[in-house]
Ligand binder design. Structure first.
Ligand SMILES: Cc1cc2nc3c(=O)[nH]c(=O)nc-3n(C[C@H](O)[C@H](O)[C@H](O)COP(=O)(O)OP(=O)(O)OC[C@H]3O[C@@H](n4cnc5c(N)ncnc54)[C@H](O)[C@@H]3O)c2cc1C
Ligand code: FES
Length: 364
């Protein structure tokens, strides 16, 4: 069934939003709040480490941002997110200033692959590296391991700027006491006070390398790595892991923002080229979308009122993932996809631009 995309706006199905009522807002640090939601009916199903897409109207325009769940479905009765202010940022400042218990926020169902299976029989060493607000999904993972895997253990290397910027400082301290010998939290502060005796300065490759070598030396435990934080921390950690020949399958990474992706997107939008028609298969139905050179495939689809899935719009979260059935596309950024996903032909519509006239993408 081929539809030349003549649907009128009012006929287009709106995405299924889930309204979540805010139960509690906790000020974690001067620039971060945690927002906990009442459980909806039925309960929100999610995997530790996944994210919610918040959908909010600003001046009549619907906007979306992704926020990782900082809670564990195995431990926490109410799902929650933690949001750190970004200077001049639309959502992060709104959520820090204007959200109170009783408010309702529309979200899309939890998504994301920054997770694993938790099982009581596992005997793993979870090596977690977090920077700043990157602690949010890591916190959900950490709590899930401690609650579900009695034979596993966790090392958390957590980089913050200053003592006062450590998100979940008290909760982490309490967990370390409760799970003594199973949880080791190592803080690294880039600008600590003089009295700080822990790791300081930028995260050093040698320090990380020593910790990884020790973890890898324990033959009783299978190591699994989770990294989430700013580009510098992701890069340093990935470089160290690759220099120690840690297999990629053991490494999970999540990125909240990429300046490089933003620059690549800007450059590609103004690079010129041809307008091409792209076929998008969505829920079994085909739609023809005309993509001009200044637009990504997602932007063109949304302009034409096509209900395509998306969240971050920066090639990081994979919410817009589809499979390339024919033709060739160029992605401004493909860091959100694993090597296997790329080999299997997956593409990200939010950063994808057609290079040929026969592009067809199936979105499952
Ligand atoms: C999968 C995923 C999970 C995420 N989880 C969390 C989370 O748990 N907690 C959290 O606080 N954020 C999280 N984020 C980031 C979040 O989605 C927003 O990008 C962030 O809150 C900024 O949105 P904003 O509307 O305030 O800023 P915008 O209005 O979008 O941006 C304002 C300006 O700031 C720059 N900018 C945007 N984001 C950043 C950043 N992170 N660092 C530096 N500069 C930036 C942009 O270039 C822009 O010029 C996540 C992102 C992804 C993709
Ligand atoms: S919408 Fe997040 S990767 Fe495309």
């Amino acid at each position: 069934m081929f539809n030349l995309f003549k649907k009128k706006k009012e006929e287009v199905k709106k995405p299924a939003y889930l309204p979540l009522k805010v139960r509690e807002v906790v000020k974690e640090t001067a620039d971060t709040v945690s927002i906990y939601f009442e459980q909806p009916e039925p309960f929100l199903e999610y995997k530790p480490g996944q994210f919610l897409t918040l959908v909010i109207d600003f001046e009549g325009k619907e906007q979306r941002r992704s926020y990782s769940l900082c809670t564990s479905p195995y431990v926490d009765p109410f799902p929650g997110i933690s949001v750190k202010r970004v200077p001049g940022g639309l959502f992060s400042n709104f959520l820090n200033e204007k959200i109170h218990p009783g408010k309702t926020i529309n979200v899309l169902k939890p998504l994301g692959h920054f997770t694993t299976d938790f099982h009581s029989k596992n005997q793993k060493h979870f090596f977690l590296v977090a920077g700043g607000s990157g602690i949010t999904p890591i916190m959900g993972i950490l709590k899930s391991v401690l609650a579900n895997e009695p034979k596993s253990k966790v090392t958390l290397l957590y980089c913050s700027r200053h003592e006062e910027h450590i998100i979940f400082k008290k909760e982490l301290g309490e967990l370390e006491n409760k799970y003594s010998g199973k949880l080791n939290v190592i803080h690294n502060l880039s600008q600590p006070t003089d009295s700080w005796t822990g790791l300081k300065g930028r995260l050093k490759s040698e320090t990380l390398s020593d910790l990884v070598k020790t973890a890898e030396g324990e033959s009783d435990f299978q190591t699994e790595y989770f990294i989430c934080g700013p580009e510098g921390i992701l890069e340093t950690t990935q470089d160290v892991l690759s220099s120690l020949f840690i297999p990629k399958e053991k490494i999970h990474k999540e990125s909240f923002y990429s300046a490089a992706a933003e620059a690549a997107h800007e450059a590609a939008s103004t690079a010129g080229g041809l307008t091409r028609d792209v076929t998008i298969e969505l829920s079994g139905e085909e739609h023809l979308v005309s993509v001009s050179p200044d637009k990504t495939i997602l932007e063109a689809g949304l302009d034409q009122s096509l209900n395509m899935p998306f969240s971050c719009q920066s090639g990081l979260c994979t919410a817009c993932r589809g499979k390339l059935i024919s033709g060739e596309i160029k992605m401004d950024e493909d860091d959100g996809l694993s090597e296997n996903e790329i080999k299997e032909g997956y593409v990200l519509c939010c950063v994808g631009r057609p290079l040929t006239d026969n592009v067809k993408i199936r979105i499952e």
